[in-house]
Write a protein that binds this ligand. Structure first.
Ligand SMILES: NC(=O)c1ccc[n+]([C@@H]2O[C@H](COP(=O)([O-])OP(=O)(O)OC[C@H]3O[C@@H](n4cnc5c(N)ncnc54)[C@H](OP(=O)(O)O)[C@@H]3O)[C@@H](O)[C@H]2O)c1
Length: 334
């Protein structure tokens, strides 16, 4: 029988692309999605006439609990910091049994790996620490409580620990995501796009401090293949995936740098040179700028590669910088 699949964040960038991949591969799956606006529900229905729209938001705890109770698989794409939604999912999970387990696929973010920079307030320096989700998985399940997104990760991990036979959890932890989404509503990401817009607006490229920090990257369409592989494993009763204590998945395709050169090549700024900005100057451009552009987040994706044979196939961020710069320039009316 086709699984009942409940999604949050289906109108967003990650969830929109995830839904595209899932519904294309499995048109028979019974899909429902939490949506908070009529306009976006109409967009979603236009693309997926069969989907059941559940009106509500992430604070609609009773609605989320009920949907999770009735679902076989839950993809929680919406907000990796929303405590009330995670708690409602946890309550819904309690209705499941070993005979009818819940397969819960949660979205976190590798902002969680920036904890050393956040603690030391150091930005623009390179930190050598690299995490991985294979032999390093125990560390990821037990990251420090002051790390970004950790409070919600803890709730999700707690669901699996509470009753590992009734709920099988996987956490997908993406780094910087880029590339065109194939969803019904938002199809654009954040970090590299905001950086491109900021460089064009100020007329010159910049680095945070020395600009030696490193983030990993993944194309949204490659990321969706990790969600799809997990969904398919869930539908098979677990499949090749690992769950709960070993259910933490990075999705990464190396690291990235460079925007100003492309803005210069497109004649959007007058020089390819970059300024080194201090913390205050960076925060004036974007309140989360130090985090987004000045911290380190390095997590190697081994689990999806080893278990599912997952390989990123889409272009790297560096190859899409021209596209992103010109998209942001158009958005700025240039
Ligand atoms: N993009 C990245 O590079 C990246 C990387 C790692 C982790 N993440 C994390 O992944 C999560 C999703 O990111 P995204 O890029 O897909 O964001 P997005 O495009 O803004 O999508 C967020 C989705 O969640 C829904 N949502 C948010 N708050 C809601 C609420 N209170 N009630 C109901 N629905 C709500 C949005 O609904 P509406 O359409 O109605 O707004 C939308 O469908 C975020 O927590 C983000 O921090 C993102």
């Amino acid at each position: 029988m086709a699984p009942k699949v409940f999604l949050t964040g289906a109108t967003g960038y990650i969830g929109g692309d995830g839904l595209y991949a899932i519904s294309n591969a499995h048109p028979d799956w019974e899909l429902s999605a939490l949506v908070r606006s009529k306009e976006k529900a109409a967009n979603l229905k236009a693309k997926y006439p069969e989907i059941r729209v559940v009106f509500g938001d992430l604070d609609s705890s009773d609605i989320i609990e009920e949907e999770v109770k009735n679902a076989d698989i839950v993809f929680h794409f919406a907000d990796c910091d929303h405590v009330a939604a995670a708690k409602a999912i946890s309550k819904g999970a309690q209705h499941h049994t070993p005979e009818r387990p819940l397969w819960l696929i949660h979205t976190s973010g590798t902002g969680i790996l920036t904890v050393e920079d956040q603690r030391a307030r150091t930005y623009g320096i390179e930190r050598p620490k690299e995490y991985n989700d294979w032999e390093g998985v125990a560390e990821l399940i037990d990251l420090p409580e002051d790390a970004f997104h950790r409070n919600v990760d803890e709730i999700i991990i707690g669901i699996g620990r509470r009753d590992p036979f009734s709920t099988r959890c996987a956490i997908v932890c993406p780094p910087t995501i880029y590339g065109p989404g194939r969803g019904a509503c938002n199809t654009k990401s954040i970090q590299a796009y905001l950086l491109s817009a900021a460089v064009i607006k100020r007329g010159k490229g910049f680095l945070v401090g020395k600009g030696e920090n490193v983030w990993h990257q993944v194309h949204v369409q490659d990321l969706s293949n990790v969600y799809l592989a997990l969904g398919e494993a869930a539908a098979e009763g677990g499949g090749k995936a690992t769950w709960n204590e070993e259910g933490y998945y990075f999705a990464e395709n190396g690291s990235f740098r460079k925007v100003a050169e492309e803005a210069y090549a497109q004649k959007l700024i007058s020089s390819p040179a970059v300024d080194s900005l201090d913390d205050k100057q960076t925060t004036e451009i974007l309140s989360a700028g130090l985090y987004a552009w000045g911290s380190n987040s390095r997590g190697h994706s081994l689990r999806a590669r080893k278990l599912f044979g997952w390989e990123p196939k889409q272009p790297k961020l560096i190859d899409l910088i021209p596209e992103i710069v010109s998209l942001e320039a158009k958005g700025l009316g240039l």
